[in-house]
Design a protein around this ligand. Structure first.
Ligand SMILES: Cc1ncc(COP(=O)(O)O)c(C=O)c1O
Length: 387
């Protein structure tokens, strides 16, 4: 999902330049405040573990309803740390959707465990709870791996089915870790992503709905008792006095400059979130008759980090949109089980919904600074391309 190339502005259109994600417009709105925050860090000089880290952690927990937040170096670090803390290890099966960014699979493999790919729901693009049950049965029947954990992904910002997956995880004794790297701002049954699973990893990669000016992430916990261990792992496994190694860890910390930037971005997050909802509402209204926009669970609201839909003649539409100055992206044209690094973990039983969606998915520009005219122009272009 790290679409750095897509952050740049596209060419001029009838309604001005349309960016896939517009970080410049956001920066214009809050530049003075960000500069003041960065200056404060330069003044106190605590580039690692500065006061902004704890300030951010407290605000992230407050915003999401989580018991605690642990700031991390990246979303990937935020996935690896809770897996290590839960003791996930060689010989363990970790169930993940086959339709995700490669970081979900990498995090599992870096702990020594084995990813077991689960199919998605072709409407929500998120892990299919019924297929999860079938894959758990497969693993048990084969008897080679121990079912240990499940990592649903909130694809494009839409919360996964934590109700059903939570029940399965509890019944099967699986550690439930939410990959909310794309999910920040999503809600289910009135709760925020971050408070929908015992542990949630999120990413603050610059292009995410809440993005830093570099790499950053966080783990959110419903349970205070795990936090000390997570903090230790993110600091090379040392104790809080920084004297002894108490477990295996690595450098998984967020640096203070990123926390300073995130504090100012968090201050405008609700406003931006509403603007994203308004953009998505126009897209949904205009495009539901000609494509299949991502569906959200009843009781769920996407954070709309991205706006994606399934479209007939997807590749031709993308080409035509590009010619009309509308940048698009395909997340993901290759499912994880077909990538060279992971194909040895491809299951014997197929993953039909994953493969179907990979063939016709397209992501349209999504950011809070798109004007209604621009969104309508994009919809006009999609309509024209399909005519
Ligand atoms: C689903 C998913 N998981 C994990 C990550 C990893 O986050 P990061 O790039 O911050 O390490 C990403 C990043 O794009 C992602 O989209």
């Amino acid at each position: 999902m790290n679409g750095v190339a897509n952050l740049s502005l596209a060419g001029n259109t009838a309604v001005g330049e349309i960016a896939f994600i517009d970080l410049r417009a956001q920066q214009r709105a809050i530049r003075t405040r960000i500069e003041a925050r960065l200056k404060a860090v330069l003044d106190h000089g605590r580039y690692i573990a500065g006061p902004e880290i704890e300030e951010l952690e407290a605000l992230l927990a407050e915003k999401t309803g989580a018991a605690a937040a642990v700031a991390c170096a990246s979303g990937t670090a935020a996935l690896i740390i809770p897996l290590l803390a839960a003791g996930v290890d060689t010989g363990d099966a970790v169930f993940i959707p086959a339709f995700s960014y490669n970081a979900t699979a990498n995090a599992v493999l870096l702990t020594g465990a084995t990813p077991v790919f689960v199919d998605i729901d072709p409407a929500t693009f998120n892990m299919d709870a019924r297929d999860l049950e079938a894959r758990i049965s497969d693993v048990k029947r084969e008897g080679k791996l121990r079912p240990a954990a499940v990592i649903p992904v909130d694809l494009f910002g839409s919360p996964a089915d934590y109700r059903a997956i939570g029940r399965i995880a509890a019944r099967e004794g699986l550690f439930l870790l939410a990959d909310g790297a794309q999910g920040f701002g999503g809600r289910l049954d009135g709760k925020w992503v971050g408070d929908l699973a015992p542990a949630t990893a999120t990413s603050f990669f610059p292009g995410k709905a809440l993005g830093a000016y570099g790499d950053a992430g966080a783990i959110l916990s419903q349970d205070l008792s795990v936090v000390e261990r997570w903090m230790s792992i993110r600091w090379h496994g040392t104790d809080s006095a920084r004297k002894n190694s108490v477990c295996v860890g690595f450098n998984g910390r967020m640096d203070t400059f990123q926390a300073a930037v995130l504090l100012e971005k968090l201050a405008i997050f609700d406003e931006e979130r509403e603007a994203r909802q308004a953009v998505a509402a126009i897209y949904d209204r205009r495009l539901s008759a000609i494509g299949r926009p991502q569906q959200h669970l009843a009781g769920a609201q996407s954070g709309h980090g991205y706006y994606s839909l399934r479209l007939f003649r997807r590749d031709e539409v993308a080409k035509e949109l590009k010619a009309r100055g509308v940048p698009t992206a395909i997340y993901y044209s290759t499912p994880l089980h077909k990538m060279p690094a992971f194909e040895r973990y491809a299951p014997a039983r197929p993953l039909p919904a994953t493969e179907e969606v990979a063939n016709d998915i397209l992501s349209l520009p999504m950011h809070p600074y798109l004007t209604p005219d621009q969104v309508h122009y994009i919809c006009d272009c999609v309509e024209a391309a399909l005519r």
